[in-house]
Structures are given as structure tokens and as C-alpha cells.
Design a protein around this ligand. Structure first.
Ligand SMILES: Nc1nc2c(ncn2[C@@H]2O[C@H](COP(=O)(O)OP(=O)(O)OP(=O)(O)O)[C@@H](O)[C@H]2O)c(=O)[nH]1
Ligand SMILES: [Mg+2]
Ligand SMILES: [Zn+2]
Length: 307
């Protein structure tokens, strides 16, 4: 009997083994050698990849081919910065989750995810979760700044239920990936947004105020009306793939608008004299919050060992 060859989507990966969902069935698959060595990336197959598999047993197969990726969420491979690590493929929306408190809101990570989304052709959205906790003026500022820049931003709480209907509507028919620090409530949100799933969640440590890295690997969940959502383990930092000091400002649209008015072409908007961007920060046309994030990320890009 001829082998059955079918199309599927990678929903989960553990070491050399991948789960591929095809025609309503989950297949445990390994990779054909030619797929493994087809690229110089550390991730020849990523969650979200459209693949072709040969079925070898009832629920077992071999990945024969990876279809071209429409979008990628990438970072430099840890310990091998010249190699691309594709965190997920073919995702339309990157849902960047932060929380009002526990853990504290760090807008620097939001910017890193916004940059990675743009670089990989994903549309970003921001979720500020745990709205039931006491909100500080810094949090209010973050919400105002990103809304002011035109980003879709949802304020949510899995405790009070605020914002969940809007977020559910946003996810409908989309392919989304939830990302952010550990403990911000990514899995808790998905438990409420997706019918019939029950992901493990756990408390933020009272001692460190940090999440406990409860989710340990990525997992893809289909939505009832089409599309999917991927839950991911919390990240402390996100290294930026193919973003360097020269190109960083191009990811800050509000800074790009002033670039031609700087005295020097190729101005980095740091110590240079007559910098229109710095003047715009002084006059409040560019927010200090975003400019500071830019400066921090710029500094981090100097260290070749950084990831
Ligand atoms: N007060 C409050 N607590 C929440 C809310 N959402 C989640 N939590 C709590 O926050 C803690 C962490 O939630 P998780 O869903 O495990 O967080 P996560 O982002 O998936 O964390 P990792 O899997 O480690 O990346 C749990 O104790 C949740 O009950 C919320 O809206 N308000
Ligand atoms: Mg989780
Ligand atoms: Zn400048």
C-alpha cells in the first residue's frame, strides 16, 4: 500500500519530536534528515509551520517538507547569536501580555516584542492584564503612550472579566501568539478565552515578585471558528534578530518622522548635537518612555554576546 502523504500544522515540539495536527488527528512526528539540514537555522521546524507528513502508523508520521513561512517570530539562538531561532511561524498577531502589577510592568519588553513583530511581519496587540489590582500612574502612562501610538491595546482581568470579550473578538479567525513575562497571566487568559482547555497556571512568587515559569513549552490551540492561539513560556528578555544600531530607530515610527531634521545624516539620536528627535522629546512630541526604551535597547545591541 502506498504511503499516505498529508498536509498538517505543527502544534507542539519537544526536542526531536513534533506534534502535527492533520485532518482532525494528532500525529507524533520526527523529521526526515533532509528537512533537518535544509536550512542553517536552529529551527528547521517551528510551531505554526505548515508541513507535509507521511503517515507511518495510526498516530505517527514523518515530516517530509516545511512550506514557506509567511511570518516568523525570531530571535538569535541562545549561545549561537549568528543563527536564527524561529519561535513560531505563520502567526498573524503577536499578543504582547503585561500586567498592571505582580510582576511589575516593564515597557522595555513591550518594545522588544513590537520590534520583533514588525521584523517578522506580525501585527502586534498589547494586553495589560490584572486590571483588578491597584493601578499606578506609570501603568496609566504606559496605556496612554501605546494607545497614542495607535497600537491595539486591551486592558483585561481574569478576575473581574473586564476586557475579555473584546480580546475574544480580536482573536476570532486569527492566528495569534501570546507572549510576555512569566506570571503576567497568559495561560490564565487563554483558559478563559478558549472553551474546554485547562492550562496549568501558578502564583507569582511572593519573595521575588516574579512568575514561576509555569508554562514550559509552546502549545497551539485551535479556535472554534477557525484560527488558533499559541501559549508560550514567559521570557525574561527577547534578543532581537537582525536588528542593529543602525536600523533600530526605523522601528520607532514617531522618531522616524523627525529623522530628516537632525543635523547629521545617520544620526543615532543620542549624543549628537542638533538632534531633532531629542528636541521632540524635550517638547513632549516624542514620549520620554519610548525614547528611554530606545536608548536601553540601543546600548544592549553593542554587546555581541547579548541575547
Ligand atoms: N489578580 C489577578 N491575578 C491574575 C490574573 N490573571 C492571572 N492571574 C494570576 O497570575 C498568576 C500567574 O498566571 P499564569 O497564567 O500562570 O501566568 P503566565 O503568564 O502563563 O506565566 P508563565 O506560564 O510562567 O509564562 C496566577 O496565580 C494567576 O491566577 C488577573 O487578571 N488578576
Ligand atoms: Mg503560562
Ligand atoms: Zn537625531
Amino acid at each position: 500500500m502506498a504511503d499516505t502523504v498529508i498536509d498538517g500544522i505543527v502544534t507542539c515540539g519537544h526536542g526531536k519530536e513534533f506534534i502535527v495536527y492533520a485532518g482532525g488527528v494528532q500525529y507524533r512526528c520526527h523529521l526526515r534528515k533532509k528537512v533537518k539540514f535544509a536550512t542553517d537555522q536552529t529551527t528547521p521546524v517551528a510551531v505554526g509551520d505548515d508541513v507535509v507528513i507521511t503517515v507511518i502508523k495510526a498516530a505517527e508520521g514523518v515530516i517530509e517538507e516545511v512550506r514557506p513561512r509567511r511570518t516568523v517570530l525570531s530571535r538569535p539562538a541562545i549561545g549561537r547569536e549568528t543563527s536564527e531561532h524561529v519561535l513560531a511561524a505563520n502567526v498573524d498577531s503577536l499578543v504582547i501580555v503585561a500586567s498592571v502589577a505582580e510582576p511589575v510592568l516593564r515597557p522595555g519588553l513591550i518594545d522588544r516584542f513590537l520590534i520583533a513583530a514588525e521584523a517578522g511581519h506580525l501585527t502586534p496587540a498589547i494586553v495589560i492584564n490584572k486590571a483588578d489590582l491597584e493601578t499606578t500612574s506609570e501603568t496609566e502612562e504606559v496605556i496612554a503612550v501605546y494607545r497614542g501610538l495607535g497600537y491595539e491595546l486591551f486592558v483585561t482581568s481574569t478576575v473581574s472579566g473586564i476586557g475579555l470579550d473584546d480580546l475574544r473578538r480580536f482573536l476570532k479567525d486569527h492566528r495569534s501568539l501570546f507572549c510576555g513575562h512569566s506570571g503576567v497571566g497568559k495561560s490564565s487568559l487563554l483558559n478563559q478565552l478558549l472553551p474546554g482547555i485547562s492550562l496549568r497556571t501558578s502564583n507569582v512568587s511572593a519573595v521575588t515578585g516574579k512568575g514561576r515559569h509555569t508554562t514550559s513549552s509552546m502549545e497551539l490551540f485551535h479556535l472554534p471558528d477557525g484560527g488558533f492561539v499559541i501559549d508560550t513560556p514567559g521570557l525574561k528578555v527577547l534578543g532581537l534578530w537582525r536588528v542593529d544600531r543602525e536600523s533600530l530607530a526605523s522601528y520607532y515610527p514617531e522618531m522616524e518622522a523627525y529623522r530628516d531634521r537632525c543635523r547629521f545624516t545617520g544620526c543615532h539620536h543620542l549624543a549628537e548635537p542638533d538632534c531633532a528627535v531629542k528636541q521632540a522629546v524635550e517638547t513632549g512630541h516624542i514620549t520620554r518612555l519610548r525614547y528611554d526604551n530606545y536608548c536601553h535597547i540601543y546600548d544592549s545591541l553593542s554587546d555581541p554576546g547579548w541575547s
